[in-house]
Design a protein around this ligand. Structure first.
Ligand SMILES: Nc1ncnc2c1ncn2[C@@H]1O[C@H](COP(=O)(O)OP(=O)(O)OP(=O)(O)O)[C@@H](O)[C@H]1O
Length: 487
């Protein structure tokens, strides 16, 4: 072994050995630095997301925060998140300084060794060459620092490529368009009949949220869907639009298995009115008819029927004429900015009236009425309302329910998820979900007769049992059994 070193040192110039040693030292330093900074950069990116999400929550919820006097709480939370984000950032810089000091130290070693070599060889090299070599030896550490840092930066930046790659490999939704073999008939769905067979839905494979339920709804039926929190009501509604795919079983709409057709065909024909409807920045016309498919008369008609504008024939707002609400009751806007609706009359002045992003210039009740108008324009055979009236006043709820029960939706099958039992008590049938299973499915009146039933229990706990009982009785009950059930 010793002889090998002797031979190498004899046949190779000494600077090659020094260069090899230096390369080894720099490589070790670089690897050490890279391992630490790679993880720190990851932590830096991860801790940035909570900070940005809090920031956007603060911007959208600033009114609520002020209303509840929670400024200090949120300021503290923001500071905590800034601190958490600053930790890896600070350590990144510390690692940077650590690298610099080590590289400088090695650089000094290089300059020192070079100087010693020059001193020992003064008789063989002239002053010019010595100065030239020394100058390069001194700037050597700078170049090495530049090289190592750039290499590490390049590798760390590959984090972003890794993320893009993750997004590119995200699971995609099913095909938008049906294949020619699976294309539903042109007039599909001619009816809104729905049949659910042994449907299983799960967010996490192997953990079903809806556990093999089966039921059917006839064309034009109005079905109320109730159940305790977490029973799976919203999950079921998402399955009708295939936002969540069936793990087992199937849903037939007008005898067509919805899992076999394209998403676009399905979603064009099913309307959902969510609790907080999404409105787009643009005009009311664009919000009702984004693809410009319908004439203006139809859009005005939908606005009238959803009680957003005067009925010109009666010359009065239809809701106020029935004495349930004044047109100005639901007008306060979320941001207090200019409202697209005339504050005095509750009338959209034109179909080009401006709707701000997310309907900021409308109240929540008005946004839900716009969503209802959208459903009226599209005249879908299947309509799903997910707590669509949960946060509106009783008067607005009453208006929406009157529209639903009226002739407008006579040809549509409706599933209405509601916590307010008054909303669905006079529907045709009520579907009670419990822990992802169908616990009860019958007319509200029949369900009220079952003293041990879940629906009956919910009505009793609601504090308005007598009223609900009377409403159910007037719709479904026969006069012979009119005695009020005591509880
Ligand atoms: N995105 C999700 N990922 C995983 N589990 C979820 C998800 N959304 C809901 N769940 C779970 O599915 C179950 C049913 O939730 P779902 O929202 O359908 O209930 P719900 O009856 O609509 O409740 P609520 O009346 O409170 O709106 C719950 O146990 C819930 O934890």
């Amino acid at each position: 072994m010793v002889s090998v070193f002797v031979i190498i040192s004899v046949v190779t110039p000494p600077f090659v050995i020094i260069a090899l040693l230096m390369t080894l030292a720099y490589t070790r330093l670089g690897i050490y630095y890279l391992n630490a900074t790679r993880e720190l950069k990851r932590l830096d990116s991860i801790s940035m997301s909570p900070l940005l999400s809090l920031f956007s929550e603060l911007i959208t919820g600033v009114e609520s925060i002020r209303a509840f006097g929670a400024q200090n709480q949120y300021t503290m939370e923001a500071m905590n998140r800034v601190d958490v984000h600053n930790r890896p950032y600070y350590l990144l810089w510390a690692a940077n300084r650590w690298l610099c000091s080590r590289i400088e130290l090695l650089g000094c070693l290089v300059s020192f060794s070079t100087t010693i070599l020059i001193l020992f060889n003064l008789d063989t090299i002239d002053a010019g060459l010595a100065g030239f070599v020394l100058m390069y030896a001194i700037s050597f550490s700078e170049y090495m620092l530049w090289f190592i840092r750039n290499y590490c930066d390049c590798e760390i930046s590959m984090n972003s490529v890794e993320r893009v790659n993750q997004y590119m490999n995200l699971e995609q939704e099913a095909a938008l368009h049906s294949t020619p073999e699976n294309k539903p008939p042109a007039d599909w769905p001619a009816t809104g009949s729905v049949q659910v067979d042994d449907l299983v839905l799960e967010y996490v494979p192997g953990t079903p949220v809806i556990r093999g339920i089966s039921f059917a709804a006839a064309h034009g039926e109005k079905i109320g869907v109730v159940g305790r929190t977490g029973a799976g009501k919203s999950t079921l509604s998402l399955a009708f639009l295939r936002f969540i795919e069936a793990a087992k079983g199937r849903v037939l709409l007008d005898n067509v298995d919805i899992s076999k057709i394209g998403l676009e065909e399905l979603r064009r024909n099913v309307t959902i009115i969510p609790q907080d409807p999404t409105l787009f920045n643009g005009t009311i016309r664009f919000n009702l008819d984004p693809f410009s498919e319908f004439p203006d008369e139809l859009l005005w008609d939908a606005l009238k029927r959803s009680h957003l504008v005067h009925d010109e024939t009666s010359g009065a707002n239809s809701s106020s004429s029935s004495g349930t609400a004044s047109p100005t009751e639901s007008l306060p806007t979320a941001d207090g900015s200019a409202c697209a609706v005339d504050r005095m009359s509750g009338i959209f002045k034109s179909l080009d009236a401006e709707i701000k992003e997310n309907g900021r210039n409308l109240s929540l009740g008005q946004r839900q009425l716009v969503a209802l108008a959208r459903a009226l324009v599209r005249r879908s055979r299947l309509i799903i309302m997910d707590e669509a009236t949960a946060s509106v006043d009783f008067a607005t709820d009453d208006r929406i329910q009157r529209t639903i029960r009226g002739s407008e939706f006579a040809n549509s099958t409706l599933f209405c998820i509601a916590h307010r039992l008054r909303t669905i008590i006079d529907y045709d049938r009520v579907l009670v979900l419990d822990k992802g299973e169908v616990a009860e499915f019958d007319t509200p009146w029949n369900l009220l007769q079952n003293e041990a039933g879940i629906f009956r229990g919910m009505c009793e706990k609601s504090g308005e049992y007598e009223h609900l009982y009377t409403l159910a009785q007037s719709k479904h009950g026969n006069s012979a059994g009119a005695a009020l059930i005591s509880f």
